[in-house]
Design a protein around this ligand. Sequence first.
Ligand SMILES: [Zn+2]
Length: 691
Amino acid sequence: MFEIQIYNKVRNNIMKNFKRTLVTTALPYANGPVHIGHLAGVYVPADIYVRYLRLKGDDVLYIGGSDEHGVPITLKARKEGVSPQDVVDKYHTLIKDSFEKFGISFDIYSRTSNSTHHKTASEFFKKLYDKGVFIEKESDQYYDEEAGQFLADRYITGTCPHCNNPAAYGDQCESCGTSLNATDLINPRSVISGSTPQLRKTKHWYLPLDRYQEFLEKWILKEHKEWKPNVYGQCKSWLDLGLQPRAVSRDLDWGVPVPVEGAEGKVLYVWFDAPIGYISATRELTPDWEKYWKDPETRMIHFIGKDNIVFHCIVFPTMLKAEGSFILPDNVPANEFLNLEGDKISTSRNWAVWLHEYLVDFEGKQDVLRYVLTANAPETKDNDFTWKDFQARNNNELVAILGNFVNRAVVLTHKYFEGNVPEKGKTEVLDTQTLEAIPDIVKRVSANLDHFKFREALREAMSLARLGNKYLADTEPWKLIKTDVERVKTILNVSLQITANLAVVMEPFLPFTAQKMRDMLNMTEPRWVDGGNTELLSPSHAIGEAKLLFEKIEDAKIQEQLDRLARTKVSNEADNKEAEPAKEDVSFEEFTKMDIRVGTILEAEKVPKTKKLLKLKVDTGIDKRTVVSGIAGYFEPEKIIGQQVCILVNLAPRKIRGIESQGMILMAEDADGRLDFVAPTTKIKAGSQIS
Ligand SMILES: [Zn+2]
């Protein structure tokens, strides 16, 4: 009790001054689709939070959009031979569509290549410029003389000075994770031409973070001790290191042009322009946007992954503070990372579960993924997603606990009372205890949601279904129906009230399922205030038909996903495989001893009782001879008749499985073990010599 009082006091102090909430989510980068790591870290928790506030009747806006500027986009465009606009159009559409199907309930999902954003970002920069906030500084940057352009960030690669990774980028080494300056790299090379770049002077604008150090220390370290320990800790270590001015412009032709004279060929650095995207999107959504960004009675929350903490807690607040008219975030509940089957999720290595693919492979099962990603959310430490855990949570929790309870309550009501909510008669102790537990559970769900503890909130919400299952198991209405109909009426009334409460509290977590439950119960739009009400359904209210909420996921379905990941692993290993070192030198005379000819396969058949061997008849031009070759794993005998090959004809004959093999067909072996013929690209007469 004492704890609850203290807690309420703290909570009132935190909450009392806010009239509305603005929730922003990190802008996904439009050079690839979104994956489960993005969802677990940012979009699912934010969506739960926003749905919860909406249920409470709060004024809340949920802002999202694609980040469409920066070097990875222009590099991808160059690699694919398309324009940067083509790249961002493709992925923005894919990302927006998959979020929608997954039930992420943005009020707007915008993009940073549109004109409202260009205007907003440009004005923002101009205002800081006019106030004299920036430091203008000339520095030496790498320039590609062949391509005639400066090389920003990932346009340059070289060897990492910390870990010797030969493929580190101009802004970061992905191998050891260190942030780099291009000039730190050993043996820098231009990604465009491959040439060694030269240093040239260029002017850029810097945000003097160091001048805001004192303000940030007070604002974060003193006034926001309630931030999550991982967020607070990361901010503290940045501040302890001492902040440095940070460039906010780049020499590039894709992005928001720097809106001042003498800045031709320069754009805003993507990390300056992206968070302004939250403002632009709000501006696009409503003419009232300033109310959400400038009124101190607005509570702003940034949902992000841990890799974005410094930008949302230090860089963006400094920009907002320097501008002067904006509010600062009240909280930044960043999550840690989600791994996949024990390995770091990676877009470039294709090691991910992609949302758009999940939506096809597990059609209609959005809530299963939402459930698993929340139950296993990386809230306080990195966590691992495994397909086995996904299956187990679906089968043992969603099917066996939630689905099973709701189904029994609805089916029994139809069976015994023609689908009408029965009257609650005289209650026993168990009934009263059960009913009293409902509002307590709902309160605990609320308290956890208020503190961004989504895992715990979901666990509490599920405890309501557990309560229902236990109640049915203890009361056994299916036995009592023969002897005590009045008692069964009370039991099913209580069970249906639990179900109705589940239809309310599950809405933020499992919106598709909660909607189905409300359809089943003929309930109107939910309100959070209804949670805990033990008379949500009136006696004789007619409920609808039972619907299947969840179904068991079979092993085969999971195995498909595991097989796909296994194939990715093999192909990644093959991509990374390095060529074998060269063998010892041979003399030209030694080489010419080998008699290699062009031949044509005339016949092919499998060698019985072997998996790998084919018996071939080859026209060598000299003769027609038999060769045994270990290629059956890769070629169907009937498909290689007529194939031209290179054959070593003077290899001493040897017996293989009782067959005399006279020569050897030359094969190339790919990194993954796949074999292919080495053959002329045009038809060559059999017997022609290879030299
Ligand atoms: Zn490194």
